[in-house]
Design a protein around this ligand. Structure first.
Ligand SMILES: [Fe+2]
Ligand SMILES: [Fe+2]
Length: 350
């Protein structure tokens, strides 16, 4: 491998390591690997870590009694299909995150950043636990299994899972500085794009006063995922400062194409699992929202916008970000749709 893109595993205790702060680096640092949190280089870590750890929650805090009834009686056939497939996808995404974050962390040589990834990994497990809690509450064991393992019968779903998995495997198979920035961006896409159609779907049910317990749990997951997104944004920007030579026009164009491809797939996925069958959502809303997200994700890490226009959150989707806020239930007069009339049943106890 070319020496200038070599990536080293951080290894274990390194007694001859450098103890100066300036010797720390996102990757290829020469630290002792001692957890010295009194001398941190990346100042944003302090706030990030405290905020992430203070978000601790468990799914059992949320009452699912109404969801049990809604799942059987209130959801339309199309809504139940979308609910099941969306949940299945989130189960896959969190499983993959728990599996892959340690692969990335093996190369992160700044302990304070490594701590953040460990915490993220723990939170992804809580998310998996929360999906298990939802399924355990609303479904029979057979229904649960058919949702979790839906990809075994759904070739569109399987293809999508394999594509996302493949992006992570490229790094595992050939770790170097180029594949490292690609896996960081793949992770950033997963956190900041792939989760969002799912969030949008559950929030839409919530604003229709259906499956409010699920929407409440999803809001807690969403809050963590926002933190994970900002963690990887920070890691990407620090890595960029430390390895400017990697960010050639060619590499930037590869990263932009990764985001573009992800958006196109996410829009197709939105058509497949939501389409025009769900009250309150339609394919144009999904398309506009995903294009906006793609642009904001790209520009936040110093890349060019992916889609012309689409630089502001579409007005038709402003309820998504409002729904994710802690104080949403205080916004009694938000919007003018009767869909909001029962939103006060959502309680946030964070
Ligand atoms: Fe997660
Ligand atoms: Fe996450």
């Amino acid at each position: 491998m070319e020496e200038n893109i070599k990536l080293n595993k951080k290894g274990l205790f390194n007694p001859s390591g450098d103890i100066s702060i300036n010797a720390k680096a996102i990757v290829n640092g020469t630290s002792t690997n001692i957890n010295d949190l009194n001398n941190i280089k990346y100042k944003w870590v302090s706030n990030w870590y405290r905020q992430a750890i203070s978000n601790f929650w468990i799914p059992e805090e949320v009452n699912m009694n109404q969801d049990i009834k809604d799942y059987r009686k209130s959801l339309t056939i199309a809504e139940r299909r979308s609910y099941n497939k969306t949940l299945s996808f989130l189960i896959y995404l969190d499983s993959l995150q728990t599996l892959n974050l340690p692969n990335i962390n093996e190369y992160i040589s700044a302990q304070e950043v490594s701590f953040c990834i460990n915490l993220q990994c723990f939170q992804e497990d809580i998310h998996s636990q929360s999906y298990a809690y939802i399924l355990d509450t609303i479904c029979s064991p057979d229904e649960r299994n058919s949702i979790i393992y839906d990809f075994k019968n759904d070739s569109i779903m399987l293809k999508r899972y394999e594509f996302i998995n493949g992006k992570y495997e490229e790094f595992i198979d050939n770790p170097n500085l180029i594949s490292f920035i690609k896996v960081l961006v793949a992770n950033y896409i997963l956190e900041g794009l792939y989760f969002y159609t799912g969030f949008m779907f559950f929030y839409n049910l919530g604003r229709n006063s259906k499956m409010n317990g699920t929407a409440q749990i999803i809001r807690k997951v969403n809050k963590d995922e926002n933190n994970h997104l900002s963690l990887f944004k920070n890691i990407i920007l620090e890595f960029k400062k430390e390895h400017k030579e990697i960010f050639t026009l060619e590499v930037e164009s590869i990263l932009e194409n990764m985001i573009k491809e992800a958006c196109i797939q996410e829009i197709e996925w939105g058509f497949y699992i939501i389409g025009n069958e769900i009250r309150g959502l339609n394919i144009d809303m999904i398309k506009d929202y995903i294009k906006y997200l793609g642009n904001i994700r790209a520009t936040s890490i110093g890349l060019k916008p992916i889609f012309e226009g689409h630089l502001k959150e579409p007005l038709s989707m402003s309820w998504v970000s409002n729904f994710s806020k802690d104080d949403y239930i205080k916004l009694d007069n938000y919007g003018n749709s009767s869909l909001y009339s029962k939103s006060s049943t959502l309680k946030d106890d964070l």
